[in-house]
Design a protein around this ligand. Structure first.
Ligand SMILES: CC(C)(COP(=O)(O)OP(=O)(O)OC[C@H]1O[C@@H](n2cnc3c(N)ncnc32)[C@H](O)[C@@H]1OP(=O)(O)O)[C@@H](O)C(=O)NCCC(=O)NCCS
Length: 181
């Protein structure tokens, strides 16, 4: 189970995947505020990721030591094109269950970035020895993402209603899960 830190994408460009450092905070906030405006499939819209650089730095410092949570950055030519993470609680009964989040900048969709980021997180979870389940929520209408998750072995576990409220409408999500054996 090797963690794959670099990938050649479908257009021949090279993706590097590294764990986010506290120094990445400002760049990550800019990325998340930009990407929020590119899609209605995230829990925040453009410019709605209200986090100060100080708070994000502190958050990333805390994550450095974590055994069951991780934030990773995908870069092409040193620019962030994707952020993905696993987030699990410190409560003894919940240590094993990590929630996954992922996003890829629109200009780099369909190249295999999302797949590479997810595969990295799944391998990391297997190597953690702690995580035994990865959960995620995805809008019922986000067919591309659902297909990606199913290809990686995630199964649909149920539907949650009214999870988000976007453009005057409630949106439902599919809850999906992957058992780590
Ligand atoms: C969903 C998302 C992460 C996918 O990232 P990506 O880098 O485009 O994904 P990949 O290129 O690795 O493609 C993964 C799979 O998606 C599907 N897919 C890709 N392009 C597609 C297209 N044009 N039409 C239909 N399915 C497509 C395919 O199943 C593909 O696998 P394949 O290449 O083996 O056929 C990305 O579109 C994204 O960030 N969207 C906005 C935010 C979001 O939806 N996040 C997920 C919230 S739960």
């Amino acid at each position: 189970m090797e963690l794959q830190n670099s990938r050649i994408l479908k257009d021949g460009s090279s993706l590097s995947i590294i764990r986010a450092n506290p120094e990445d905070a400002a760049e990550m906030i800019d990325f998340l505020n930009r990407i929020g405006g590119e899609t209605d499939n995230l829990t925040f819209g453009g410019g709605e990721f209200h986090m100060t650089v100080e708070k994000e730095t502190e958050f990333l410092e805390g994550l450095q030591k974590s055994q069951n949570s991780i934030m990773i950055l995908g870069r092409i030519n040193s620019q962030i094109v994707s952020i993905a993470n696993l987030s699990a609680s410190n409560k003894t009964r919940m240590l094993h269950a990590a929630e996954l989040g992922t996003s890829v900048i629109k200009a780099h969709w369909h190249l295999g970035v999302g797949t590479a980021m997810m595969e990295y997180l799944i391998t990391w979870a297997k190597r953690s020895g702690i995580i035994r389940k990865i959960d995620l929520s995805v809008r019922t209408t986000n067919h591309r993402a659902i297909q990606l998750y199913e290809q990686l072995g995630f199964q649909k576990e149920g539907i949650k209603t009214r999870c988000m409220f976007i453009n005057g409408e409630f949106c439902d999500t599919v809850e999906m899960g992957l058992k780590i054996e």
